[in-house]
Write a protein that binds this ligand. Structure first.
Ligand SMILES: NC(=O)c1ccc[n+]([C@@H]2O[C@H](COP(=O)([O-])OP(=O)(O)OC[C@H]3O[C@@H](n4cnc5c(N)ncnc54)[C@H](O)[C@@H]3O)[C@@H](O)[C@H]2O)c1
Length: 322
């Protein structure tokens, strides 16, 4: 029996970027709901070991339109969750054209391939990186995005193509603007979330660095909740868009308190100067996603952090259920 409305066993799902942190949890959620799952990933940051062995994986780069089209035609998906992306904001600043190629052109290629087989697309956009500075907090979907980096600009542009395809072809593609996603399988390197980094430090007896006074807020959302949000549009009628988040901001110092509680260790931080350009408060309004998709986050921060810390403590195995 499916736990999701409108979903039946044998529904075919394709996940681009499915070997990544969030994508692998989306794969698990759809497998649990009875779907047949194919993953397309070029494995730049992805790892096939993250995947449930029931998922079929093919190494495909979304910027290669011909290879993508062939892979989508052979998988014949009903739904495509599009998560493949260049996610590093600093890379996007250093090489904006490279970022746009993956995040804009790659998304257009996915839309074209989806069009050829009549599949519905659910796109992973971003919240915090989209809206930029000086917007009302919590921020809702009516706010005009003014991204501060090429990454957010490319995601916004990709959203615009999704809206265009819906008008042009009468499709029902959806957009999810994700907050700060955290949980097991998140790599602590690079641009990864602060929670993965602090859990690693707590486990190794290191000292966390807090930039500024630690009062900056973010909307941290557990990856299992986000995976459920990707399944939610499938049960809705018409294109849906929304912000999958908790609607509640938490400070960096609160995060450290929860990690200290989970690890049973005191975690006095080292304070460093505030980083230039860092947004002080970012929290997303979740009213519309609740109304449109009937989705709300269900895992409280302390519980999600405890699960993430337990995963780090157990040696950060690549594949573990959330
Ligand atoms: N992590 C967050 O907090 C967060 C917040 C907002 C939005 N998002 C979005 O969610 C999605 C997944 O992010 P994640 O945190 O799991 O990152 P991730 O790096 O773990 O996953 C991205 C996946 O895409 C694959 N990929 C990259 N370029 C590709 C290409 N050209 N062709 C095919 N595959 C390619 C990578 O190998 C990887 O498996 C991204 O679209 C990201 O922009 C993430």
């Amino acid at each position: 029996m499916s736990m999701f409305p409108g979903f039946s066993a044998g529904t075919r799902l394709l996940v681009t970027g499915g070997a990544g942190f969030i994508g692998s949890h989306v794969v698990d959620a759809f497998l649990e709901a009875g779907a047949e799952v194919t993953v397309l990933d070029d494995l730049t940051t992805g790892d096939p070991e993250r995947l449930d062995p029931r998922a079929v994986i093919r190494r495909v780069d979304v910027t290669d339109a011909a290879a993508l089209d062939e892979a989508v035609r052979s998988a014949r998906p009903d739904v495509i969750c599009h998560l493949a992306a260049q996610i590093d904001v600093r890379v996007s600043v250093a090489t904006p054209a490279v970022d746009a190629r993956v995040n804009v052109e790659g998304t257009i290629n996915v839309l074209e391939a989806a069009h050829a087989v009549g599949a519905r697309v659910v796109f992973a956009s971003t919240g915090g990186a989209l809206y930029g500075e000086g917007v009302p907090v919590p921020t809702n979907e009516d706010t005009l995005p003014r991204p501060g980096a090429p990454y957010g600009t490319a995601k916004y542009c990709a959203e615009k193509y999704i809206g265009l395809f819906n008008r042009l072809h009468g499709t029902e593609h959806s957009v999810l603007r994700l907050g700060n996603v955290y949980g097991p399988r998140q790599s602590p390197g690079g641009e990864a979330g602060v929670i993965a980094i602090y859990c690693g430090l707590a486990s190794e007896g290191g000292v966390p660095t807090v930039f500024g006074d630690g009062s900056q807020t973010r909307d941290y959302v557990y990856v299992g909740d986000v995976a459920a949000a990707f399944v939610a549009p499938y049960g809705t009628v018409g294109p849906a868009s929304g912000t999958s988040d908790t609607g509640k901001g938490s400070t960096v110092l609160e995060v450290l308190d929860h990690i200290a509680a989970a690890s049973g260790r005191d975690l006095p931080p080292r304070f460093a100067p505030r980083r230039p350009g860092e947004i002080q408060h970012s929290t997303l309004d979740v009213t519309r996603v609740a109304a449109d998709l009937g989705w709300t986050a269900s895992v409280p921060l302390e519980k999600g952090i405890a699960a993430t810390y337990a995963w780090v403590r157990s040696g950060s195995p690549v594949r573990q259920q959330a």
